[in-house]
Every structure is written in C-alpha cells, then in structure tokens.
Design a protein around this ligand. Structure first.
Ligand SMILES: Cc1cc2nc3c(=O)[nH]c(=O)nc-3n(C[C@H](O)[C@H](O)[C@H](O)COP(=O)(O)O)c2cc1C
Length: 155
C-alpha cells in the first residue's frame, strides 16, 4: 500500500510536522504542495491533503490543486492544524470539495498548532507548544486508522 500526503504549511510548519509524524507510523510519503506535481499521483492508493487553517478553511492553493489535478483517484483523507479546536468545522470545506468530486474520505484529523497570527503575535502566539507529543501520537493513531479503513474497503 502506498500513501501520499500533500501539504501546505506556510505559517509555522505545524502541519508539516504532523505529516512527518504520520509518515513514521505508516507507508506515507510527504510532499510539499509546491512539489506535488513531481509525484505520479496514479501510483498512490490513498492521497491525503493537509494545511493550516487560514480564515476558516484550508489553504486556497490546496483547493485549486484538487480542482485541477485530482480527477483520477478515489481514496483520500484530510488533516489540518489550527489556532482553534473546531477541527470538524475547519476541515469541512475541503471535505465537501472532495465529496463533490466523488472521493471516498477515509478520515479527517485536526489538532492545535502554534498561532502567531495578528494580535496573537503580541503574546508570542497561542498554543505555544503545539503540535506536542500528544498531537503527534494522535496523528499516528489517525494514520493507522486510515490504513485499516483502506484495507477493510479493499477486502
Ligand atoms: C493568516 C492566518 C489566518 C488564520 N486563520 C485561522 C482561522 O481562521 N482559524 C483558526 O483556527 N486558526 C487560524 N490561523 C492559525 C493557523 O491555522 C495555525 O497557526 C496553524 O497551525 C498554521 O499551520 P501551518 O504552520 O502548517 O501553516 C490562522 C493563521 C494565519 C497566519
């Protein structure tokens, strides 16, 4: 089984750290969004999409990438890091886009990430130690659950 995570992590590398933790627990290759077209997307059984949450949703470039290049595969997952804990809501716009393209969404994950946006910069940021070891553990459990769901669907 081969999985690819396509990541846009532009604020503090929070989401990239989560993707890298996932890659230690599963056969997952991590690609920065800017390099994603160097990968042959057809080779992967599952493709995940992750970024920080910026103004209530994933990075706009992820939406554009999916609209342009993601017609041919089925199994996906979604993840994010954010200042707030509204993970389900934060992931919902990207989940909806994938659903509208008839993708199977094997799961959706979120955790807090250091947020130094705007007024929070004055405080040195909020969620200062996140993602932390508990977040990495949760991300690894999540990616293991994605592998299990994929195997269940296949059998
Ligand atoms: C421009 C900007 C807008 C943001 N908007 C939100 C938001 O609407 N909701 C939220 O929970 N966090 C928001 N955040 C916080 C980020 O989602 C959080 O810091 C995230 O972990 C950044 O991920 P990254 O380091 O992978 O880019 C925002 C951060 C920035 C810089």
């Amino acid at each position: 089984m081969k999985m690819l995570a396509i990541v846009k992590s532009k604020h503090n590398d929070n989401t990239m750290k989560i993707a890298e933790a996932m890659s230690e627990a599963a056969p997952l290759t991590v690609a920065d969004l800017k390099d994603a077209l160097y990968y042959n997307l057809n080779e992967y059984d599952v493709i995940g999409f992750g970024s920080g949450i910026y103004f209530g949703k994933h990075d706009e470039e992820l939406f554009e990438f999916i609209n342009k290049y993601c017609s041919h595969f089925t199994n996906t997952f979604v993840f994010s890091t954010s200042g707030s804990k509204n993970y389900k809501k934060n992931n919902s716009a990207l989940v909806k886009l994938l659903e509208s393209k008839n993708k199977t969404i094997l799961g959706s994950f979120g955790c807090r990430g250091l947020d130094k946006f705007f007024i929070f910069a004055l405080l040195g940021g909020i969620n200062k130690n996140h993602p932390d070891t508990d977040d990495f553990d949760a991300a690894q459990q999540f990616i293991e659950s994605i592998v299990n769901r994929y195997n269940q669907l296949k059998n």
